[in-house]
Design a protein around this ligand. Sequence first.
Ligand code: PMP
Length: 403
Amino acid sequence: SSWWAHVDPAPKDPILGVTEAFLADPSPNKVNVGVGAYRDDDGKPFVLDCVRKAEAKIAGNLNMEYLPMGGSNHMVEETLKLAYGENSEFIKDKRIAAVQALSGTGACRLFADFQKRYQPESEIYIPVPTWANHHNIWRDAHVPQKTYHYYHPESKGLDFSGMMNDIKNAPKGSFFLLHACAHNPTGVDPTEEEWKEISQLIKARLLDKGHFPFFDMAYQGFATGDTERDAKAIRIFLQDGHLLGIAQSFAKNMGLYGQRVGCLSVLCEDDKQAVAVKTRLQQLARPMYSNPPLHGSLIVSIILSDPDLKNLWLKEVKVMADRIIGMRTSLRENLEKLGSPLSWEHITKQIGMFCYSGLTPEQVDRLTSEFNIYMTRNGRMSMAGVTTKNVKYLANAIHEVTK
Ligand code: PMP
């Protein structure tokens, strides 16, 4: 008998499965609004000019030695400035324990493992809905999961009162996973005023050792086109005196998807605690992958530490965000022009890479079978897959299946 006879194939990943089906479709009209990767107006993957320039500086010039266990200190320092602010007192006071991580996923997973080891009784509160992999990450780290209200299906906006109630009712010492901006999959973010109230409520719980906020920031710059504005939620929490954690990713905002470069940081009470936490994070990383990859980390360090390249990057982030915002307007206008009696206001109200369209699984199935349009069955559309060439076709198909 075989060693692995009892092993069944794993179910397909709901997001990556959509791409597979898209690739297998021979239709010339096919449209992929499934995966969350930016595409240009020709539907092509986009490599940023700042990245090409940084690569040119690297080529032939550098050795291939290991990075330290916590990754490149230089890259981490520059990355922290994006989240905590250029002149952050926390950076100056060395209160942040931070390591280079395997993109946003790896940062979340390293934090989940850290949480399990050093707050073993704690639970993680996750929004409904969320990026599906959040559930896998905290499950595999053996952290019990609870959910909090987030999306309000009728308004296709935020269920603010539901969210506040859940924060209030969560037991002391709970961890809250918050999307810093451009919530995936809904495209619904709290307003600045709402963030202030959320922060105050989590802080009120903090007084008697309440909740710990953990921000997943996979889309800094992708919501508004401005990296500073997109860090606003985090800055509000910092101003309110929270201790918090942040997962940062350069997959989307630098287009470095396959390079797997990101950062996990934990704001501590003082520099001594930060050293302890950082060395423990490194200790967790060592038996998993020893040290993180070099190439993407060099690209990020070079871009963020060269004022010209950094400016170019900020411009290119804005180009990507603006193209998506333009496609939102165009998709909505096309649906309205076709005479759809439904409200499509949420397409332009939502923000970031995704539109949570409100299409039912059955309607999504029809889009795929009748129109060769691919998206996840929860109705999440990646606006990055919409172009001036396919937006009419997409609008028409959506109109047909929602009649
Ligand atoms: N968090 C959220 C909310 C995401 O949408 C993503 C990417 N889909 C990630 C984290 C992680 O992406 P990566 O590991 O490629 O940085």
